[in-house]
Design a protein around this ligand. Sequence first.
Ligand SMILES: *[C@@H]1O[C@H](CO)[C@@H](O)[C@H](O)[C@H]1NC(C)=O
Ligand SMILES: *[C@@H]1O[C@H](CO)[C@@H](O)[C@H](O)[C@H]1NC(C)=O
Ligand SMILES: *[C@@H]1O[C@H](CO)[C@@H](O)[C@H](O)[C@H]1NC(C)=O
Length: 512
Amino acid sequence: MTQVKKPSTEVGQVKRASLSDRLLSTKVKVLAKIILSVFVAPAILYGLFFLFLRYQTQLTRIEIKQVSVKEKRPVYWLYNAREPQSTGHLKHVIRVLERLGFERGSNESDWDLLWAHDYPFKNLYSQLYQPKPHQLINHFPGCGYITNKVDLSTSEGDFLPKSFKIPEDKDKLLEFVEKNPEKTFVQKSNAHRGIKIQRVQELNLTAVGSFVQEFIERPYLVDGFKFDIGIYTVVTSIDPLRVYAYKGDVLFRFCPVEYYPFDPENIDKYVVGDDYLPIWNVPSLKNSYTKLGLSMKESFDTYVRSTGKDPQRMWDACFDAIKNVLLQKEAQIRDVVEKRFRGTRRNFFELVRFDFTVDENLDVFMMEANMSPNLSSAHYPPNQLLYEQVLYNLFSLIGLAQRTRKDSLKPGSKEERDMVVADKNLVVLPEVCSECEDCFKVECQLCRFCFTDDTRRILTQTYWEHQNKMDYLRLFPPVIKKNMVLKDYSLRNQLLVRWFQGKCELDPTWCN
Ligand SMILES: *[C@@H]1O[C@H](CO)[C@@H](O)[C@H](O)[C@H]1NC(C)=O
Ligand SMILES: *[C@@H]1O[C@H](CO)[C@@H](O)[C@H](O)[C@H]1NC(C)=O
Ligand SMILES: *[C@@H]1O[C@H](CO)[C@@H](O)[C@H](O)[C@H]1NC(C)=O
């Protein structure tokens, strides 16, 4: 057939040849297209993709490098004299700071915050006596006047159990015993908490540096257990004084053994130690705390209300006691700061836990003020939340947790500072100020044209604290009321209270 067909027409042959040529070229093209689409294009695409990947990795690498070079963060320095290597008990301090974008440095860094577990001003005086304006330190020089047991317990006030310095007040003690022969006592010193109840005959009335304190009998009991209350308190300024108490929760610690039948030999009945009974194991409070999820304070308050009593009076008494003690100690602390840290009064703050016991009438007695309160949740993990919230709220209050992104706590541009707190936020008393002709009259010092740098700084910080106190309650300056008597306060305190009065007149949210 092919043979017959072959010679049939030359034209046909030519045509067929050109046709097959064309067919061939079409086939080649199709083949080429197929090859192109199946192999080359993916290869090119893959190549591009590969390049892209490489490029991208490099880009990211560059970016990471730039970020680590560019992103400076505020720096904290931890000081722990007794155990320099161990920071386990500061775990929550470190965590909260790092969540706020701080990084750990040392005394060699340009630090923004020194968090010292131990009183730092003796060992580190040469490094601390002239802090830079942006540096904050978590203690006041001289805070021992509050936290020292002898100093605290021999202050004035009904809220303190009767205390006698030994040997100085020995005679007063014996006189007191004569009038109150049924009283029992505990003897304590700064170094250790010799806490066992003793009769007066058993006391050592020659032990220098100790004190004898009346033992509060008939404590308020929950399910038979005695307890103490720890209120976290922050002092942000001395002269003028500013004090805040954490109201988000308080620490409740119960004695592990029921109080009655009473036995002075068994201190687990009346002393709260490291192995205290936590609130979630106290039958009457367990449900509120664990099931309803209330705070320790609310769980206790709910219980007290269920017995027909009002817990608020007790809290008010605690807050009053704290305010009173700090007003009494302010001048002594101010003197230490003035003498040894001239001109650097605004770099310090203090977190103190004030411990109270409560008697059966819900009267409160201040027992201790703890500098560097224990914030370790190692023994009782549920306390982690309390500690971290106390710290988070504290860092907000004192301006470590800023809303603007910052490399450090150094002040930014004037525009930025004004955005945060401007003069117009500080101005009060329009009627008084429009009458002021000069700055001699004390009240006129609160008018803008009389602001000194120090006044402006104090008011700016106070304004910030008011706006950022979150779950802290202002204890001093106190709630603004009509007809307040200011004359017992220092001049600087009077002026700051007057400023709050001015703010309160303009805007009632400032009254407390
Ligand atoms: C930091 O502390 C070390 C050792 O405690 C001390 O030798 C050094 O001088 C301190 N650095 C600064 C800048 O003060
Ligand atoms: C009383 O205290 C003093 C000083 O601390 C001490 O020397 C003395 O031994 C103590 N006396 C008793 C009986 O413990
Ligand atoms: C702090 O509390 C923990 C328990 O949570 C305890 O183990 C530790 O001894 C306490 N530290 C101090 C210094 O009291």
